[in-house]
Each structure stands twice: as structure tokens, then as C-alpha cells.
Design a protein around this ligand. Structure first.
Ligand code: KIV
Ligand code: ZN
Length: 399
């Protein structure tokens, strides 16, 4: 496959769709300039494929794909396309300037989509899929095919379509959970079955594209990997249609942290996850919730006394990843009404006020009263508490 990663069987290809599936969701529109900034950040992050847009959707989208593919260097650039010649030619026009190009053709396969959306029989869907992939291969070396709503498709028919498009020259077979309906157990079975059916095409890559409607996008993506997927379609901060796509940062860190279970890796530089997440938030004016896995500001913050005590003894008591590995400076021990004596003493000492015995007890009591009133106690507040609480004892002196 041109320009793509080596064929290490344990390497998972990261296909980022922040600029397509993510960007098409309400509230996440990006200008061409914003898309260019994001594409640079995604390239630095080390994603393998960037889906820059859907060229046939609008002249603006075509222009965005053209500029991202023409001005950013490194990954493979991709445009989404319906399964017709006109869309395929438009995608080609937008990607012409880069040799590292891919077309991503999608066509619905499920009974509900065939009847309600396409008004096509199963045979017509299969024939259209093969015809579009064959035509795309006259313009592109690298063709991906997606069976939209694959999870709600009859398993035999899904396998028939996948086998037929592999035969027609699609190198990547994407099995999307378009409506976020699957479960880890079910999607695992589907990937294993399709994998068996296309086993005679050893170069074909199975790809997972999971939506998060039931909150299972990451779990389903991991199950797909455990059952043979070697490409994941993901978006930064999990943005995407409705409840979003599988979050890039979550699946990448799950694979890294639980390498013992999965035994696969990606090419992502995980130390850039927080900065990339924040760039997207800034460009789309969409803050990340504080308890968001991996990149939320609470992901490595602790306030409860028992947790802070454990963290001060050994960070592994309550952290399964190092904050630096995802791009945070370090752990944050937040001082508030739940904090304990150990954390207060440690922060006071770090600020240059070593406290012990009665002096610490005195400061701790006034700290608790103040925390009940105002919540979080920052360093300046702690210093004024130390100074006030110990003044009548002759004052403390900064070390
Ligand atoms: O969710 C989906 O099915 C898609 C396809 C276009 C891949 O986004
Ligand atoms: Zn999608």
C-alpha cells in the first residue's frame, strides 16, 4: 500500500477522521485554515491517514481536501466518496497533488438503509459496490471501501460484499458501526467472520469505525482489534456524528497501557495528545469536560485525602498512566475540603513552609474551615492561611 506503514502484523493503522466525520457534526465546523492547523498537529501526532473531508459534499469541502493534501506532508490523505463515478472523480481532483492519496468509498449494506435510503436490492448494492471500487482503482492505488451500517447488515451478505470488493481491488475493508449499536462481543464475532471470508487476500486490512451512541465506541474498537482489525477510524476528543466517534486518545492509550492484553501498537506520539486535544477545543470553541479520559483536566488530578496520601507514597496507587506520557506536566494534587494532612504538609513544604506537629495541626484546621467556604485552595490562599494561622505562635518563616 503506497506510503502507508510497514506491514508489521502488530501495527495498528490510525486513520483520523476528525476533519471529516468529526467536522460534519453540529458545533464542530472548521474553516480551511483551521483544518490546515489541525492537519499539521495530527501529522506531528503521528497518525497514518488523515480523512480531510468529503470532496463532493461542497466546493468548500473539495477546497479543504485539496489544500490539506497539497500543503501538509507526511500521512496519507483521504477523501470520502459515495459509490458513483462523479464523486470518485471529484475526490481524485482534490487529491491529485499528493502521491499519498486514498479514496474512501461508502455504500450502505443494511436492510433498513437499502430500503429507506437507497431503494436498492441486495444484488444492486453488491454490484454498485464492485463497480465503484473497480472504477476507483483506475485512478487510485489505495482504495478503502466502507459498508455503511455494516453491523445491522445480514452477516452473510456483509461477508459477500466485503469479499467482492476485496476481489475488485479494495485494500482496506471498513466495517462501520454507523449507529453505535453493537457490543464488544457482537462486533468481535463480525470481524472474525469477515476476516475468515477474506483470508485469501493477505494484504487486505480490516478497519473499525465505531460510533458512540451507547457509549461503547472505544470498547467495540478494541474488540475489533482483538478480532483482527488493523486500522482504527478515530477522532480527537471523540468528535463525530451524534454521540461521536471512537476517541483517538482513548483507544491509543488503551493499546499502550494494556499492551499485555492486546500486543499491538500504533505510531502515535502520545506525548502530543493533550496539546492536540486542546488545539481542537480552541479551533472549535468546544471545551473538553474535566473528567474526559486521558485529556480532561481531572484525568490526573486528585483531591480526596486517601488518594493524595497514596499518590504521595507511590503514584502507581491511583494512576495507571504517567501524566507526562499523554502530555500533562505532571499529577495535580488539588487542595480542597477532601484533602488530608499529608497533602497539606507536602504542599506547604514545597512552597517553603515546612510544618509539623501542632503547627501543622493548627494550619490544617484553618485550611478545612476555609476549604468549606471556598472549595479549592490555591497556593496563594494556602500561604496566607499558614501565615495567619501561625502568627500568634510567633509566625512561621519560609525555609
Ligand atoms: O459512520 C459511518 O458509517 C461513516 C461511513 C461514511 C464510514 O462515517
Ligand atoms: Zn461515521
Amino acid at each position: 500500500m503506497p506510503g502507508v506503514v510497514d506491514r508489521d502484523p502488530n501495527r495498528v493503522i490510525v486513520f483520523d477522521t476528525t476533519l471529516r466525520d468529526g467536522e460534519q457534526a453540529p458545533g464542530f465546523s472548521m474553516s480551511v485554515e483551521a483544518k490546515l492547523k489541525m492537519a499539521e498537529a495530527l501529522t506531528a501526532l503521528g497518525v497514518d491517514v488523515i480523512e480531510a473531508g468529503f470532496a463532493a459534499a461542497s466546493p468548500g469541502d473539495a477546497e479543504a481536501v485539496r489544500r490539506v493534501a497539497g500543503e501538509v506532508e507526511g500521512p496519507i490523505f483521504c477523501s470520502l466518496s459515495r459509490a458513483n463515478e462523479s464523486d470518485i472523480r471529484t475526490a481524485y481532483g482534490s487529491l491529485q497533488s499528493t502521491p499519498n492519496r486514498r479514496i474512501h468509498i461508502f455504500l450502505s449494506t443494511s436492510p433498513i438503509h437499502r430500503a429507506a435510503k437507497l431503494n436498492m436490492s441486495a444484488d444492486e448494492v453488491l454490484e454498485t459496490a464492485v463497480r465503484s471500487v473497480s472504477f476507483a482503482r483506475t485512478l487510485f492505488d489505495d482504495v478503502e471501501f466502507s459498508a455503511e451500517d455494516a453491523i445491522r447488515t445480514e452477516p452473510e451478505f456483509l461477508a459477500d460484499v466485503m469479499e467482492a470488493v476485496a476481489e475488485a481491488g479494495a485494500a482496506t475493508l471498513n466495517i462501520p458501526d454507523t449507529v453505535g449499536y453493537s457490543t464488544p462481543e457482537e462486533i468481535g464475532r463480525i470481524f472474525a467472520a469477515v476476516g475468515q471470508r477474506v483470508a485469501r487476500y493477505p494484504d487486505v486490512i480490516l478497519s473499525a469505525h465505531c460510533h458512540n451512541d451507547l457509549g461503547m465506541a472505544v470498547a467495540n474498537t478494541l474488540s475489533a482489534i482483538a478480532n483482527g482489525a488493523r486500522q482504527v477510524e478515530v477522532a480527537i476528543n471523540g468528535i463525530g456524528e451524534r454521540a461521536g466517534n471512537c476517541a483517538l486518545e482513548e483507544v491509543v492509550m488503551a493499546l499502550k497501557t494494556r499492551g499485555d492484553l492486546f500486543g499491538v501498537h500504533t505510531g502515535v506520539d502520545t506525548t502530543k495528545l493533550v496539546s492536540t486535544s486542546r488545539l481542537l477545543s480552541a479551533l472549535t470553541r468546544s471545551p473538553v469536560v474535566r473528567n474526559k479520559a486521558i485529556v480532561g483536566i481531572n484525568a490526573f488530578a486528585h483531591e480526596a485525602g486517601i488518594h493524595q496520601h497514596g499518590m504521595l507514597a507511590d503514584a502507581r496507587t491511583y494512576e495507571i498512566m504517567r501524566p507526562q506520557d499523554v502530555g500533562f506536566d505532571g499529577t495535580k494534587l488539588v487542595l480542597g475540603k477532601h484533602s488530608g494532612r499529608h497533602a497539606i504538609a507536602q504542599r506547604a513544604e514545597a512552597l517553603g513552609y515546612p510544618l509539623s506537629g501542632n503547627e501543622l495541626g493548627h494550619v490544617f484546621a484553618s485550611f478545612k474551615r476555609r476549604a468549606d467556604e471556598i472549595g479549592e485552595i490555591d497556593d496563594a490562599e494556602l500561604i496566607s492561611l499558614i501565615v495567619a494561622a501561625t502568627a500568634e505562635r510567633g509566625g512561621v518563616h519560609a525555609a
